[in-house]
Write a protein that binds this ligand. Sequence first.
Ligand SMILES: *Cc1c(COP(=O)(O)O)cnc(C)c1O
Length: 476
Amino acid sequence: MNKDRASLELSKEEMKTYGTHVVDAIVEHYHTQNNKLPVAKGSREEMDSLFLEEAPENGSKPLDVLNFVLKKVMTNSTDMSHPKSYSFVPGPSNYISVMADALATGFNIFSGGWVASPAAAELEIITIQWLLKIFGFPQKKGGGIFTSGGSMANLTALTTARRIKCGEDFSKAVIYLSDQAHSSNIKAIRVLGFKKEQIRIIPTDIEFKFAINKLKNCIAKDKLEGLHPFCLIATSGTTNTGTIDPISELATICKKEDIWFHIDGAYGAAAILSPKGKQLLKGIEKADSLTVDPHKWFFQPYEMGCLLIRNHKHLSHTFTEKPEYLRDIEGNTSEINFYDHGIQLTRRFRALKFYMSLKTYGLKEFRNAITYNIDLAEEVETLLRASKYWQVVFPATLAIINFRYNPIAKKHSKKELDAINQYISEKVVSSRKALLVTTVLHGKTVLRMCLINPRTTLEDVKETLALCEEFASERV
Ligand SMILES: *Cc1c(COP(=O)(O)O)cnc(C)c1O
């Protein structure tokens, strides 16, 4: 064994060579990804046959391991940044942020407390300020924190809501969300230890919006029974359809009833940077807390979520603990310790990628990209409506479009249509040429395209639709 390696070190030359290979691989990936197949497939057995081994007692040559990983790991992972990855929520990412992540990791900056890294804490404060301004939150009183993603941002929000509205005793507390709310909210509610009887899932209307009257009735009934309505979760951009709940009406109800108003904008909030989105998201500034998910529509690589909060003190009231081993890094109060504002103590330096990509591209590029995404989905809608094969099931909303194969020439039963569309999705995915899966709307199996990748073109979509039509013709 090489003596140098005992301290987990490489020589300077080895490091340079290794780093160059890594960067080359990433750049090559960016330049060739459009011509590759986005979808990876592999069973547990196949993956085991590639990777299963005991932890190796002896090492290997660095470049051998790297090349093995590039060949076997990267090629067996679905490419969520590919222009034909339409499903779930794509992760378009951007190169500047990728390099920023490499820097943050390379310097291994501890982003928990001010004393450990004043600059990292400051950049988190500054970028959170940028976001507060974008969303119309109070700049002075407001605050926030970067998290691993939307799920953790929602958990952080609900923990805060409970602390502020219920204190220690939450036995009578009731929380409201719609049947279109993201599953991470239910997960968070469970993690917090609420019982099933404390959760109200309110039905949505025909447009998948919170049914206001049903909500009002439910709150009134709960109050009559001596329960304590304490939190409501609205969604600004549902994952299924991009639908925005009636934010202003919900805000009024929450204000009147003294209910914490959380908006889950993990999918759609970033649309505020486009003119249409700004119209649609009016009232978002009325939330007590807002989840944003920069690793979705702010084009950041994983993992980066964000919670914004109207009153930043609410975060420190909820999360501050003062153990003796942290007393030397407390610092003064304007010097924020983010470990006191959320769940994590040791945190990676997430703000850096947001900061560097915004400084490099400018907000304008983000605005243009998001506007392009929204317009593209509307063009796709027009295309589908003009076709004799396709039916638009839900109009393009915040860059999401739901549609299904339903040819004019032949009438099919609901069951047949469900089966055909399921079949189309399965065939497309197994061709590996596009990631296009189904969802269910009003009981119908439909295809769902989420078009937040600025590299996706109308041509890409046309090719994918042609592929779908080819598969459909095998079935009808
Ligand atoms: C994606 C999503 C989440 C979860 O965010 P993660 O970053 O995947 O943890 C929560 N809410 C909505 C509306 C989402 O679209």
